[in-house]
Ligand binder design. Structure first.
Ligand SMILES: C[S@@+](CC[C@H](N)C(=O)[O-])C[C@H]1O[C@@H](n2cnc3c(N)ncnc32)[C@H](O)[C@@H]1O
Length: 316
């Protein structure tokens, strides 16, 4: 576990060298991969031997082939994890270098390490901003699947608050004719979101509104979704978002949160690792069922359903 950083950086290096995409073109030896990636053959051999020992790539008959895990690192894989690996081995790797002080003070490491809050910094660093948006879009494909199998009859409008580049909403609108939607997010996301909406042929049913969810959000929709938003924020900030949202809803509007629910007990749980990551980056947190109920109740909502990945609430 203490060598976990070697795994993070090895995956990041393989992606930066373009090795997953090269293997997709055709399996080949580590020396040929190193030549194609303009890298050192011995170091690439040792990198891929290590990753293969973890199930990421496999070496057979002198050639490197994909496994189900290494395929996820290809830039064209559905829900590709390539952008996640860039973010975790790059920006966030340095964030965690300031980890100890976060545990001493309870304050996020990111602003201390980078000199600005995370989303402000992303606005000033478009390359990292695009990697972050791509990573969120890939994750939203998985998270947003929870929306697709719901019954949308009787619902005519959806606003996805902090909807990023629109991945989840675009998939929902593509599947559900008659539904209109709005992606609400920061101005820095506008261009990529509009391009995605246009590429999906949804300009007549899907719009993008830029704004700040601490100030005002579009009002009156039947359903409001918040996917991976409240976990970015501490209780005070998350309450502020809910208090901004509450007056924008009609008495019959529904709130759908696509969020993790931390399980009690000692068992391994991705949500517990991400909880620390949210603390480091934004001072945010993953929440247990009782913490979700408390937060929503303080924001003026009743929880009507809660399960891992999906919380439904309605305005009181
Ligand atoms: C963790 S991402 C989640 C994106 C998307 N909902 C998903 O599930 O992948 C958080 C999103 O919140 C947006 N965001 C951050 N601060 C915001 C603010 N003050 N107002 C509106 N959107 C904001 C970010 O730009 C980003 O797209």
């Amino acid at each position: 576990m203490m060598l976990g950083f070697t795994v993070t950086q090895s995956i990041g290096a393989a992606v930066r060298l373009g090795i997953p995409d090269l293997v997709s073109q055709r399996p080949r030896s580590t020396s040929k991969l190193a030549a194609a990636a303009d890298a050192d053959p011995d170091a690439v051999h040792r990198l891929l031997r290590t990753l293969a020992s973890l199930g990421i790539f496999t070496e057979e008959g002198g050639s490197i082939h994909h496994t189900s895990m290494s395929e996820l690192l290809c830039s064209t894989a559905p829900a590709s994890l390539a952008s996640h690996s860039l973010i975790f081995s790059g920006v966030h790797y340095r964030t965690w270098g300031g980890g100890l002080e976060t545990f001493q003070t309870g304050e996020a490491a990111f602003p201390r390490v980078y000199g600005a809050p995370f989303f402000d910094w992303l606005a000033e660093h478009p390359t990292e901003g695009s990697s972050f948006n791509a990573a969120m879009a890939a994750g939203a494909t998985v998270r947003g699947a929870r929306l697709l199998d719901r019954d949308w009859s009787g619902v005519s409008s959806v606003v996805d608050i902090g909807g990023g580049t629109g991945t989840a909403l675009i998939r929902l609108l593509t599947k559900t004719s008659g539904l209109v939607g709005t992606v609400f997010d920061l101005p820095q996301v506008r261009q990529e979101a509009l391009a995605a909406i246009e590429a999906a042929g949804l300009t007549d049913r899907c719009s993008f509104i830029a704004g700040d969810f601490f100030t005002e959000v579009p009002s009156g929709a039947d359903v409001f979704t918040l996917s991976n938003i409240l976990h970015d924020w501490d209780d005070e900030s998350a309450s502020r978002i809910l208090r901004t949202l509450r007056p924008a809803m009609t008495p019959l509007s529904k709130l759908l949160l696509l969020e993790r629910v931390v399980e009690p007990g000692n068992q391994p749980d991705e949500a517990k690792l991400l909880d620390l990551h949210m603390l480091m980056v934004l001072g945010g947190k993953e929440r247990s069922e009782s913490e979700w109920r408390d937060l929503l109740s303080r924001g003026g909502f009743d929880v009507t359903h809660i399960e891992a990945g999906l919380i439904e609430a309605r305005p009181v």
